[in-house]
Design a protein around this ligand. Structure first.
Ligand code: S3P
Length: 435
């Protein structure tokens, strides 16, 4: 685990430049898992060199997959085939990554061997029954610690396909069930209350597994094989989000963000910011590796508060910390509802953002599933990120606007999803340094 690290973010200049943020975290995790289970050699380009995705690579290596890193952002994976992984007595450490742990739980439920998944302090507090309950219904045997990690997965249990309607919109749970479904007898079907990111479905199809899916529903049967394929990982919209908000709120800014993944299940923040008056254009929209990708041009605009449509919530679930900052800088009030899931992310993001913004002089009325942020003048102060990468990067934006610097504590986990954030941010005009 990284050492504890604090940041100070002060007034920078108008943000200018053209940048490419690191690779998509969701796609990077999945590319490793499917390539490891495939037959043949897969090349992954644009791989996120983050602690989360590296933890997944390390786990798969412990299980016998061969994964080489010929260059930064590249992985070459020699798959072992669907039944080629082997067990280890060592605990499998997913670090900070909910995606790693939940997807691996599905993948490991169908193996012949036992395994134990562990995580860091934050991951050890995150709910796992959402995956272990439906996996148990498929026949898996998984022990938790009162619903929390570690997950002790007993191998050798035959799995049976089920049809499962998710109680909460969660791509992680959907993906865990689909991965278990590769090993199950019969058909596994997942129905969602609201469509979520469909990378697992798209990538299974790309690796040659027959799968039937549409927004809100996915269905596959066991008994096929995965064939190695190359994966081009787009830049992560969730990492681009900090720059979309920062350029929107800092006068005189114009940023060009290159080759950003624009899967519609990820881009709710674009719509929310546009509702608030943001000036954001997509250029050069194209397909890359079966995913929509484009360059985003964002310019400063006077933002105003709005009611965030609840239907957008799953499509911007990771972007709320950044949205809180946009709302703080906007005129008027911004209302968020239907976002209770934010309480079980890397931190309780509703509470952490509300507390931090209050320190900076912004009034926030918190509710169980959202809140109202009253835009206003930001003052400096010290805010606690609670070790949550997205909270830390969001408050770095607040520092650009505040009258005096903003100190953000516990920022080391930024490396889980956005290595090099400080350098990239300062390169375009942030005034960010280690405190
Ligand atoms: C992810 C799904 C989302 C998201 C997370 C990545 C994924 O989590 O918040 O950062 O890659 O499937 P939930 O499934 O818990 O909503």
């Amino acid at each position: 685990m990284s050492a504890r690290l604090d940041w100070t973010s002060g007034a920078g200049r108008a943000l200018q430049g053209s940048l490419r943020v690191p690779g998509d975290k969701s796609v990077s995790h999945r590319s490793l898992m499917l390539a490891a289970l495939a037959e043949g050699r897969s090349h992954v380009r644009g791989f996120l060199e983050g602690e989360d995705t590296r933890a997944t690579a390390a786990v798969l290596k412990q299980l016998g997959a061969r994964i080489e890193a010929p260059a930064d952002g590249e992985r070459v994976i020699d798959g072992v085939g669907l039944h080629g992984l082997r067990g280890t007595d060592a605990r499998l450490d997913c670090g900070n990554a909910g995606t790693g742990m939940r997807l691996l739980a599905g993948l490991l439920a169908g193996q012949a061997f036992d395994s134990v998944l562990v995580g860091d302090e934050s991951l050890s507090r995150r709910p796992m029954r959402r995956v272990t309950d439906p996996l148990s219904r498929m026949g898996a045997q998984i022990d938790t610690q009162d619903g929390l990690p570690p997950l002790r997965i007993h191998g050798g249990s035959p799995l049976q396909g089920i049809s499962y309607t998710l109680p909460v919109a969660s791509a992680q749970v959907k993906s865990a069930l689909l991965l278990a479904g590769l090993y199950a007898e019969g058909t596994t079907e997942v129905i969602e209350p609201h469509p979520t990111r469909d990378y697992t479905e798209r990538m299974l199809a790309a690796f040659g597994w027959p799968i039937d899916f549409e927004p809100g529903r996915a269905r596959l049967s066991g008994g096929h094989r995965l064939t190695a394929t190359d994966v081009d990982v787009p830049a992560d919209f969730s990492s681009a989000a900090f720059f979309l908000v920062a350029a929107s709120v800092v006068p005189g800014s114009e940023l060009h963000l290159q080759s950003v993944g624009l899967n519609p299940r990820r881009t709710g923040l674009l719509q929310a910011l546009r509702l608030m008056g943001a000036d954001i254009r997509i250029e050069n929209e194209r397909q890359s590796g079966g995913e929509p990708v484009g360059d985003i041009v964002v310019r400063h605009a006077a933002l105003h508060g709005t009611e965030i449509p609840e239907v957008l919530v799953p499509d911007m679930i990771d972007e709320f910390p950044a949205l809180f900052i946009a709302a703080a800088a906007a005129s008027g009030s911004t209302v968020i509802r239907g976002a209770a899931e934010l309480r079980v992310k890397e931190s309780d993001r509703l509470a952490t953002m509300a507390a931090g913004l209050r320190v900076l002089g912004i009034e926030v009325d918190e509710t169980p599933d959202g809140g109202t942020i009253h835009g206003g003048r930001l003052v400096g102060g010290t805010v606690d990120s609670h070790g949550d990468h997205r909270i830390a990067m969001s408050f770095a934006i607040a520092g650009l606007l505040a009258e005096t610097p903003v100190t953000i504590t516990d920022c080391s986990n930024v490396a889980t999803s956005f290595p090099g954030f400080i350098e990239l941010a300062n390169g375009c005009g942030f005034g960010l340094r280690e405190a």
